[in-house]
Design a protein around this ligand. Structure first.
Ligand SMILES: Cc1cc2nc3c(=O)[nH]c(=O)nc-3n(C[C@H](O)[C@H](O)[C@H](O)COP(=O)(O)OP(=O)(O)OC[C@H]3O[C@@H](n4cnc5c(N)ncnc54)[C@H](O)[C@@H]3O)c2cc1C
Length: 405
């Protein structure tokens, strides 16, 4: 069963239940559009309205709001929506997350940009600037790579940071610290040297409870870009299916760079999230590659896959297994924005909290950028005067979550 431009006839031929409302995509878009319109008009006000639904999961909201005429079934319709528009299990998570994720992804004015040869070049470019400034005596920046922080302590109004360097424990003392590591990483740190108070209790609760999503990718290599040839060529874009691979992403970079179609190419044979990603977790990279190759035979035909697959070259990654991320990205559950967001980002003991999980735009780099703007403002505020977080919180509760950039 694969997703095309689904109309009534295709729905049954694709194997959906006859109880799925054929206009399910339209009513789904309409259900979210009211929030998009509010956010477009006035982002802060739109966010306030959206937060009124913080206790809703996508499922509970759709179940209440979608109007599905008889004889179609609301539950079957929502299940089809989750399968084709989202990932298995994601509709049990926060409505706010689903709306914000879609909003961040789909704004009308968006222009998509990629960085040739990979995103790593972005932070590397900053490193060159720092190194240049250091060489010319303009800045004193010391960046340590591959040093694993494992402990924070607060003593005499200073923060002690402990890390491992070539297996050895080291530490240093700082006036202020900004933690940008994902919460799954921080969860394993020793924080027992911070003040034991109510704030700390709630921060620990937030670090332990706030939900992260899962994600997996499986890459296969092929001798040619066979998918760009034949009677129904695919150039860029993606296909969605309910097979285990769930989403195939066809890279556009080869075509965009005039690389001949007969050259070898890497296909993102499977890109998954949530419970779909989890299913790849127990297996070796080779086993995952084999599952995806078998699924691709169903989608593209056995012969073309067998003729083109480069069996020895594959790769798969499951983000929760990466010790530097311990999850893919923040994706809160119902009620978590209201109860745990402030305790998580509230500075204490001269420690400030940034990173995509501290912003409203989770799972997008813009969230990390916004959090950087917010935390710089916060530090300036804390440095110039007594901490005024509570005052800020009551005056402009949501503006502290995101600094527009
Ligand atoms: C599969 C996937 C696809 C994505 N696709 C997109 C996309 O297309 N567009 C988009 O905008 N966003 C995308 N994102 C989201 C984007 O990657 C994140 O929003 C962004 O990287 C978050 O930045 P950050 O600085 O908050 O955290 P990170 O980028 O995770 O940085 C945290 C840093 O902390 C370091 N660290 C970890 N543990 C320790 C430790 N113990 N001691 C010291 N340092 C440590 C890590 O090495 C890392 O450098 C995607 C994310 C995933 C997982």
């Amino acid at each position: 069963m694969t997703q095309g431009d689904v109309n009534k006839q295709e729905l049954s031929t694709l194997g959906f239940s006859s109880k799925v409302y054929p206009k399910y995509k339209e009513i789904f878009s309409e259900a979210f559009q009211c929030f998009f319109d509010l956010l477009d008009k006035d982002f802060d006000e739109g966010l306030r309205c959206l937060m009124k639904y913080d206790e809703d999961s996508v499922y509970s909201y759709l179940r209440r709001e979608l109007k599905v005429p008889k004889p179609y079934d609301i539950d079957e319709t929502i299940a089809a929506l989750e399968m084709t528009e989202s990932a298995t299990g994601l509709f049990r998570l926060s409505l706010v997350e689903a709306v914000m994720d879609a909003y961040t992804f789909m704004t009308d004015s968006q222009e998509w940009e990629t960085i040739d040869y990979g995103m790593q070049r972005f932070p590397d470019a900053f490193r060159l600037v720092y190194e240049h400034e250091e060489r010319n005596g303009l800045a004193n920046v010391s960046i340590k790579y591959n040093h694993k922080v494992y402990k924070l302590e607060y003593k005499d109004n200073k923060v002690h940071v402990y890390w491992k360097e070539n297996g050895e424990s080291k530490n240093d003392i700082f006036d202020k610290v900004i933690v940008t590591c994902p919460l799954g990483v921080v969860r394993q740190w020793d924080l027992s040297g911070l003040d034991k108070n109510d704030e700390f209790y709630h921060k620990r609760r937030a670090i332990r409870e706030l939900n992260y999503d899962k994600s997996a990718k499986v890459f296969l290599k092929f001798k040619t870009r066979f998918w760009e040839t034949g009677s129904r060529p695919i150039v860029g874009g993606s296909s969605t299916t309910d097979l285990p691979l769930r989403t195939v992403v066809y890279p556009s970079c080869y075509f965009d760079n005039n690389i001949p179609v007969c050259n070898p190419a890497i296909l993102l044979a499977s890109y998954t999230w949530a419970n779909d990603a989890e299913k790849f977790a127990p297996y070796s990279q080779k086993e995952n590659a084999e599952i995806c190759a078998e699924n691709l035979k169903i989608l593209h035909g056995r012969k073309v896959i067998e003729e083109n697959l480069v069996h020895e070259e594959f790769s798969s990654i499951y983000w929760p297994n990466d010790p530097t991320t311990v999850g893919a990205f923040a994706l809160f559950g119902p009620g978590q924005f209201s109860t745990l967001m402030y305790p998580m980002i509230k500075p204490m003991n001269n420690i400030h909290w940034a990173g995509e999980h501290t912003d409203i735009h989770h799972a997008w780099i813009v969230g990390a950028f916004n959090s950087a703007v917010r935390v710089v403002k916060e530090i300036m505020l804390c440095s110039n005067m007594k901490p005024q977080w509570d005052k800020l919180k009551t005056q402009e509760p949501l503006q502290n979550w995101h600094g527009h950039i």
